[in-house]
Design a protein around this ligand. Structure first.
Ligand code: ATP
Length: 235
């Protein structure tokens, strides 16, 4: 589904991603662990076309998409759900969701079908569909952000820190939702600081440090890895 080969990304002369090699198979749920500033968002923005790589190749579903525009990547099934949700707070929940469906290019029937599926998945959003997105709780706003991404019918969903700032009980619900989306067939790359909860639903994980992937492995090996436990999981 996704293959990165020796990908670099820079901000001016600062190299934020350094020779990233990453492969994600269709159907996987893979976690990207890293501290603040390690390069997770830059990696996501580079895959989704928001940031141009300065070296390397990016392949999605067998096609070379290096340097492709975000709109082309959305059309090929890569959808990013950004850190901090980035909703339009004064617009209704419904309008926020509808915006994520622009990829359907005016096919209102397809959009309505996707919207119905999403509202069935998040009944609370159906209840609050006419309320301003900014008036919802943090967890509900995260559901809107995830729902908006799903409106693009992603094959590969890039989820950037969906649990950020949420209460533990809500975090649990968010992870259950992510597992459900993956079980329904969407490949997921999940950036998280909440390492233990993320690893519990993932098949594999990578660790990024200072723009380099330093550790990778399946869930069990990551959970048992001393360095991973020390840096990201704690006791
Ligand atoms: P966080 O969890 O804090 O968002 P992150 O792992 O997503 O962290 P990035 O946001 O990708 O990290 O940042 C990687 C590095 O690139 C950091 O050193 C950051 O300061 C730098 N950086 C990010 N965006 C820019 C920018 N627009 N201009 C210059 N440097 C940037």
């Amino acid at each position: 589904m996704l293959k990165l080969e020796r990908v670099d990304a820079c901000y001016g002369s600062f190299k934020a991603l350094d020779a990233i090699d990453m492969t994600i198979e269709a159907g996987e749920l893979v976690v990207l662990l890293g501290a603040n500033g390690a390069g997770k968002t830059t990696l996501f923005n580079t895959v989704s076309g928001l940031h141009r790589p300065s070296a390397g190749r990016i392949n999605v579903a067998g096609r070379d998409v290096t340097g492709a525009k975000p709109s082309a990547l959305v059309a090929s099934g890569v959808v990013q759900c950004p850190e901090g949700r980035k909703l339009f707070p004064d617009m209704s929940v419904m309008k926020n969701l509808w915006l994520g469906g622009y990829v359907h290019r005016g096919d209102k029937r397809a959009m309505q079908k996707t919207l119905d599926d999403i509202l069935a998945m998040f009944p609370i959003l159906a209840e609050k569909k006419n309320e301003a997105a900014g008036s919802l709780s943090g967890g509900q706003q995260q559901m809107v952000a995830i729902g908006r991404a799903l409106m693009g019918r992603p094959k590969l969903l890039l989820l950037d820190e969906p649990s950020l700032g949420l209460a533990p009980l809500i975090v649990k619900q968010v992870f259950e939702t992510v597992a459900e989306i993956n079980a329904a067939g969407t490949t997921v790359l999940l950036a998280e600081q909440n390492a233990y909860a993320a690893l519990k639903i993932a098949s594999r994980a990578y660790v990024i440090e200072n723009g380099r992937l330093t550790i990778e492995g399946d869930r069990e090996s990551m959970l048992g890895n001393e360095a991973v436990r020390k840096a990201y999981i704690g006791a």
